[in-house]
Design a protein around this ligand. Structure first.
Ligand code: PLP
Length: 479
């Protein structure tokens, strides 16, 4: 049959809409939506005729194959209703994975967010005098208690915190930073670029590997507005090195009456060494050392929502609060509710390893990870089939998000490697694992696919997901 004849066999939109209605599709998905997909299906059918000179699978010599048509439409409608942001299992070995949403929230934070989403709340209202309050007030008080700061300001993320600190305190002036600390974090956040955006002039001092106090000293002019430290959170300079500590710099700042600020990046409000984890700098130590302002992220080691926290001197915080950028960078009520609930947990640090998911994962003992791997191994063997070697191995994970760049985190992983003569490769295995309702994300490294146990919580959900994938495979093999 010629293509022209085939085009003529395509049913009208109305006819297809009728079929969809008889099969309850309109009821479930709405008329507008179904109609859009019917048009799409017809477009695709014309393409099949043009390219292959044949009818689409849902149309045959007897006319419309209703079952096939409805199946195809339902698949399209289902695909469309998949949200862009979906739950996944993070078995990459990086606990605070920026692409996978960093910290998971504590139950207390989830409950607090739910409350303010559903009901009116005292976001900027003081019940004490029935007047306007400040949205950062409650969290500032908590941070005063936890870090010894005089006041605090909350913004959208730590990048925003650095931007507004610089714009408020040093626009049109000079900021002195060590050459060893001009960091780039995740592509678009580079200290020199942020300086430019804030309208400051960057004055680099020292060498990449060594900076001394006298380097800062000699660079100070009447144009100097700030001395700045940036935590080299995603790399480490090793060997013949020297850096000036915050406390030394604070001494100099005091003498010269120039504020000293520190971008900590991750920052931890607890001493990680007490949990046998590599130590990270703590904001409260810097404040005790005399830093004027310190900034850090809410969703890195702190374990809360995305936010930027600036803590320090009252007079400087007040200036930042009144800068026009603050309105553009301020946190919304959901973030503030989650952050307040998370910080509240730090009042009872003994409970943190249970209540803060980030710390819970970082402190899971290896023996527990090993047992978990053993429980899951049989199911994963069944899923992977005959083409792969599968075993339990020690592995190295990392905290992620720039925290502790060189320190590795001991872990346990289930690994897959291709058997000789296998007709499936690791990439297709990784795709199969990511193809379910809750995608499972691992890491391919050294010719193996690694599923790191440290990031796995909700083991029952995981186990159900593996079973579902195995069953689907069987059905597909039979079909
Ligand atoms: C992560 C990080 C930032 C950016 O923080 P966000 O919360 O991701 O905006 C800035 N500076 C340092 C040193 C960091 O580690």
């Amino acid at each position: 049959m010629t293509a022209n004849n085939l085009y003529g066999r395509l049913p009208s939109v109305d006819k297809l809409l009728q079929v969809a209605e008889q099969n309850n599709l309109l009821q479930h998905h709405g008329r507008t939506n179904t109609l859009a997909w019917i048009r799409q299906l017809l477009d695709e059918a014309r393409q099949v005729i043009r390219q292959q000179q044949q009818l689409p699978a849902w149309l045959n010599d007897q006319g419309i194959d209703e079952k096939r048509l409805c199946h195809q439409l339902t698949e399209k409608l289902k695909q469309q209703s998949q949200p862009g942001q979906r739950r996944v299992f993070n078995l990459t070995g990086t606990i605070l994975h920026t692409n996978l949403g960093r910290a998971q929230q504590a139950e207390a934070a989830i409950a607090a967010v739910t409350q303010v989403m559903r009901h009116p709340a005292t976001l900027e209202y003081s019940l004490a005098n029935a007047q306007r309050g400040h949205r950062d007030q409650a969290i500032s008080q908590l941070l005063q208690e936890l870090t010894g700061c005089e006041d605090a300001c909350l913004v959208n993320n730590n990048a925003a915190a650095v931007l507004i600190m610089l714009a408020t305190l040093a626009a049109g002036k000079e900021v002195i930073v060590s050459r060893g600390e001009l960091v780039e974090i995740g592509g678009s956040f580079r200290i020199p670029d942020v300086m430019r955006q804030a309208g400051c002039r960057l004055v680099e001092v020292g060498a990449t590997n060594r900076t001394h106090l006298r380097d800062y000293q000699e660079a100070i002019t009447d144009q100097t507005a700030l001395l700045m430290k940036v935590h080299t959170s995603n790399y480490m300079i090793q060997g013949f090195t020297s850096a000036v500590s915050e406390s030394e710099l604070c001494q100099l700042g005091k003498e010269q009456q120039i504020p000293v600020v520190s971008d900590l990046g991750s920052g931890s409000l607890i001493n990680l060494a007490e949990y046998d984890l590599p130590a990270e700098p703590m904001p409260q130590t810097m404040i005790a050392d005399g830093i004027n302002l310190v900034s850090f992220s809410g969703d890195k080691l702190l374990g809360g929502p995305q936010a930027g926290i600036i803590a320090g001197d009252k007079a400087l915080i007040e200036q930042i609060q009144h800068h026009p950028l603050k309105r553009a960078l301020r946190c919304d009520k959901m973030t503030l509710a989650a952050l307040e609930a998370t910080l509240n947990l730090y009042r009872y640090p003994e409970r943190l390893p249970c209540e803060l998911p980030t710390l819970a994962k970082l402190t899971r003992p290896l023996a527990e990870l090993e047992l978990q791997a053993q429980r899951l191994l049989p199911q994963l063997k069944q899923f992977a089939g005959e083409n792969f070697h599968i075993q339990i191995e020690s592995s190295m994970g990392q905290i992620g998000s720039g925290a502790l760049p060189t320190e590795q985190l001991m872990s346990i992983a289930i690994t897959f490697s291709e058997k000789a003569g296998s007709n499936q490769n690791l990439n297709s295995l990784a795709e199969r694992l990511a193809g379910g309702d809750i995608p499972i994300i691992g890491r391919i490294h050294h010719d193996k696919l690694w599923l790191c146990m440290r990031g796995l919580s909700h083991e029952t959900d995981f186990s159900n997901q593996i079973n579902a994938l195995t069953n689907n495979q069987r059905h597909e093999a039979l079909a």
